[in-house]
Write a protein that binds this ligand. Structure first.
Ligand code: NAD
Ligand code: UGA
Length: 479
């Protein structure tokens, strides 16, 4: 089989960018991205794409209508496809068995049932979503139990490693592509077919082939290891604040050991995003199911530490503001879970904002890419508050940082957007209440400069105060 047509079920943060890059790099393949949400497909076909991702507009503009299509015609797309990606969401279960830990596979199952109902010719079905180990078996069972005469399926695991904000570069210059399949002649042939697609732009040596279960587990393991590094450095940030060590200096020092490496050692107010927590919880559930309580507890601590970091930071804000934020105006700079994305899923800004609102603060929020409705959705949903009306009364969304900070008692910087480094902080200081407080949750600002302007500054993993402020004023005589 030569792959001529690809269908992707799920036009989200993974399905959209991944298939756009496949279409860009494989002009001979017709790629159709489908979603059951008509609104999402309408946005993909409009001038304003449903997600913000640097470089994505350009790729879509080049390919859309040529060999890249966004469609709700799932029946036709599945029927004509040689290969089908399943890129649907796999959230943590909120009810029933495994609630709060296991992945909810209802959308994966739904996609498999759609394929089984519609397909009338052989298909390679590729798990692109992040799934628990052995999920491919579920897909296979559904497909094989519902197969019409003459239709055969091969199931491959091909997890996605892109990070939001850098998705296009991650896809175009992927360090590795992972493909898992069955150790049968048919399984190996299917792996080769998918390799052929990627080899349009990925060197063959960067394509790793494994068995299906190794591939599924490697995705969970990769996210768990990355999150573990963040929790490790965040744990040390608390030690730094208590001792006078500087977490950035510690990260630089340990990162120079090539066995450790410099990446993912940026202490922060905690990791966010739709996947780290979900995938570690998924791994924990797997360990519990395998009766490995010590292993489950080990990974649980990565999640616990992340919760601790978010609440520790918020507690510091409240304590510094004389232990009360009631009726105080606080500017929140940044609401997305990291820079260069408009995605707010599990953003630490939600936890910080909700706690401050609970304590009676009035929040003035600005984010360069997150829209009003999205911020309100996050702060008024039942996980965030029991009083959505109060939240609506106490939150104002701004379209510039300068208007958000006017008259504020404090600024809490939650996302490391580059534009926050360039703001005129003297101008900001002048329009704030005094004493003016700055809480830099991403340690991206020039703290000495802020101190010299007059701000009271706190950040992650570094004790700031008189020593820094005097250094900033040019004194070399501090003990
Ligand atoms: P998403 O919520 O942005 O998109 C999923 C889409 O699938 C939704 O638009 C939904 O309407 C659609 N959908 C659900 N069932 C469908 C069906 N039967 N047919 C057609 N469409 C259907 O999710 P996402 O962020 O793209 O993540 C998808 C998967 O990829 C998850 O398993 C996630 O863990 C994994 N992943 C995500 C990222 C990331 O950066 N977001 C990176 C790597 C892996
Ligand atoms: C992460 C992984 O990096 C991707 O490889 C993976 O494909 C993806 O999850 C997924 O499976 O969804 P993503 O969540 O998009 O990607 O973004 P990251 O850059 O990993 O950042 C995650 C969170 O960790 C952000 O809140 C970020 O601010 C935080 N972070 C990251 C830190 O606090 N410190 C760091 O040093 C790095």
């Amino acid at each position: 089989m030569v792959i001529e047509k690809i269908c992707c079920l799920g036009a989200g943060y993974v399905g959209g960018p991944t298939c756009s890059v496949i279409a860009l790099k494989c002009p001979n393949i017709k790629v159709t991205v489908c979603d059951k949400s008509e609104e999402r497909i309408r946005q993909w076909n409009s001038e304003k794409l449903p997600i913000y991702e640097p470089g994505l507009d350009d790729v879509v503009r080049q390919c859309r209508g040529r060999n890249l299509f966004f469609s709700t015609d799932i029946v036709n797309s599945i029927q004509e496809a040689d290969l089908i990606f399943i890129s649907v969401n796999t959230p943590t279960k909120t009810i029933g068995n495994g609630k709060g830990r296991a992945a909810d596979l209802k959308f994966v199952e739904g996609a498999a049932r759609m394929i089984a109902d519609i397909a009338t010719s052989n298909k390679i079905v590729v798990e692109k979503s992040t799934v628990p180990v052995k999920a491919a078996e579920i897909i296979m069972k559904i497909l094989r139990a519902n197969t019409g005469p003459g239709v055969q399926y091969q199931i491959l695991s091909n997890p996605e490693f892109l990070a939001e904000g850098t998705a296009i570069v991650d896809l175009v210059e992927a360090e590795r592509v992972l493909i898992g399949g069955e150790d049968t002649p048919e399984g190996q042939r299917a792996i080769q077919e998918l390799c052929w697609v990627y080899e349009h732009w990925i060197p063959a040596k960067n394509i790793i082939k494994t068995n299906t279960w190794s591939s599924e587990l490697s995705k969970l393991a990769a996210n768990a290891f990355l999150a573990q590094r963040i929790s490790s450095i965040n744990s040390l940030s608390a030690v730094c604040e208590g001792t006078g060590a500087d977490v950035s200096e510690v990260a630089r020092a340990i990162g120079r050991d090539s066995r450790i490496g410099p990446k993912f050692l940026e202490a922060s107010i905690g990791f966010g995003g739709s996947c780290f927590q979900k995938d570690i919880l998924n791994l924990i559930y797997l360990c519990e199911s395998l009766h490995l309580p010590e292993v489950a507890a080990y990974w649980q601590q990565v999640v616990n530490l992340n919760e601790y970091q978010k609440t520790r930071f918020t507690r510091k804000v409240i304590e510094a503001l004389f232990n009360t934020v009631s009726d105080k105006k606080i500017a929140i700079l940044g609401f997305s879970f990291k820079k260069n994305t408009g995605d707010t899923r599990e953003s630490p800004a939600i936890c910080v904002s909700s706690t401050l609102l609970d304590e009676g603060a009035k929040l003035h929020i600005y984010d360069p890419k997150v829209e009003y409705e999205q911020i309100m959705y996050e702060l008024t949903n039942p996980y965030a508050t029991s009083d959505p009306e109060k939240v609506k009364r106490n939150v104002e969304i701004h379209d510039s940082a300068y208007s958000a900070v006017a008259g504020a008692h404090a600024i809490v910087l939650c996302t490391e957007w580059d534009e926050f480094k360039e703001l005129d902080y003297k101008r900001i200081y002048d329009v704030m209440m005094k004493p003016a407080y700055m809480f830099d949750g991403r340690k991206i600002l020039d703290h000495d400069k802020l101190l010299s302007i007059g701000f009271h500054v706190q950040t992650i993993g570094k004790k700031l105060g008189r020593a820094s402020s005097i250094r900033a004023q040019g004194s070399q005589t501090m003990p």
